[in-house]
Design a protein around this ligand. Structure first.
Ligand code: PMP
Length: 360
């Protein structure tokens, strides 16, 4: 077996311990004589898996009792529609556009109501987070939407926007569980799990109870109504059961690591190794405003597309995989999620130093 350091933006690296445990339980989960993949979602064994997963997530994020946790399908992109369908009572929402995912979410919401782009960093290819301390929030906005960590561009809101009392909705797909959060500041937090938590196929929605109603837009499919899933404990229909089981294992792994405060410390340490190197390199350069840098996704370039391609190719041969930047921006991107060990980042920086020496 030869595991590589996998810098993929998602699906992404998972804790090796979790993968080993899942492998050991593959043929016979806790004496049931079957794998979790083969098990009824109505069985007591699965009910225990989903209940434990929810409780562990509640513990990790200190989720208050007046928030529901939903394990859904359809990826983060499906929420781009579900959010306006469920929350646009006045048919008005304010979006802060800091990258492609926020832009896509805003474009989807435009199908359902009036969308005001109250801030954007499109003017400088999304390389910064705009000042959101005093935005022209719409009087009648049903919510204010952000993408908290911009996977493609490598920026993060280190301070939440001032929503002037309006409900904050956040896509946290690429920073989920990477640091502590104050859930009470949000009305709805959601993310696809395939970056920091588990296999693709599960999206987690954490939503304040007063936002879960029958008063949704006309024509909202049953499956896109939060109330459907909240009332059924995420078991209205067959959930992505195996994915939820892996997420549950990752939650337990996170608890063992010391929870989200410990994860933040670990993630800061890892990111610093890479950013410190980038800041003094004569060849490589980070692409975003320093104050807005993400701890999870680190884009960088040499300034020469051919050299970038050479780097990605040689890094792959050295066991450092998936360093190619997103197709919309080029260059390189190292995603260093929770499960990326510090040794992986050290190996990357050592390789970059060597490449720099050889290509000056
Ligand atoms: N939001 C963010 C921040 C993402 O990074 C991505 C995927 N890379 C998405 C949304 C879309 O997720 P999905 O593919 O699960 O629809």
């Amino acid at each position: 077996m030869n595991r590589v350091y996998n810098f993929s933006a998602g699906p992404a690296v998972l804790p090796e311990e979790v993968l080993r445990e899942a492998a050991a339980e593959m043929l016979d989960y806790e004496g049931t004589g079957m794998s979790v993949m083969e098990m009824s979602h109505r069985s007591s064994a699965f009910q225990k898996i989903i209940d434990t997963a929810e409780q562990d997530l509640r513990d990790l994020m200190a989720i208050p009792d007046n928030y529901k946790v939903l394990f859904l399908q359809g990826g983060a992109s499906q929420q781009f529609a579900a959010i306006p369908m469920n929350l646009m009572k006045n048919k008005v929402a304010d979006y802060i556009v800091t990258g492609q995912w926020a832009k896509k979410a805003s474009q989807e919401a435009m199908k359902y109501g009036k969308v005001n782009i109250v801030a954007s960093s499109a003017d400088q290819t999304f390389s910064y987070i705009p000042d959101c301390s005093d935005l022209p929030i719409s009087e009648d906005a049903d919510y204010v939407y952000i993408c908290e960590n911009n996977t493609i561009y490598g920026t993060k809101f280190h301070e939440l926007p001032n929503t002037k009392g309006k409900t904050l909705v956040a896509d946290v797909s690429s920073c989920f569980l990477s640091e502590p959060v104050d859930v009470t500041k949000y009305g709805l937090i959601y993310g696809g799990v395939q970056k920091n938590i588990g296999p693709a196929g599960v999206v987690i929605v954490i939503i304040r109870e007063d936002l879960i109603t029958d008063d949704v837009l006309d024509g909202t499919p049953t499956m896109l109504k939060y109330k459907t899933h909240a009332d059924a404990g995420s078991l209205y229909n067959t959930p992505p059961a195996y994915g939820i089981y892996i997420c549950g294992k990752v939650f337990q792994w996170l608890k063992k690591q010391g929870g989200l405060a410990a994860m933040k410390e670990h993630n800061e340490k890892k990111a610093k190794i890479l950013y410190d190197y980038l800041d003094q390199s004569r060849l490589f350069k980070g692409t975003v405003e320093k104050k807005d840098r993400s701890l999870m996704n680190v884009p960088f370039v040499t300034g020469d597309a051919d050299l970038d391609a050479k780097f990605v190719k040689e890094a792959k041969a050295a066991g450092l995989e998936n360093l190619k930047g997103h197709r919309s921006v080029g260059g390189m991107r190292a995603s260093i999620y929770n499960a990326m060990p510090i040794e992986g980042v050290e190996a990357l920086v050592a390789f970059m130093k060597k490449f720099e020496e050889e290509n000056e």
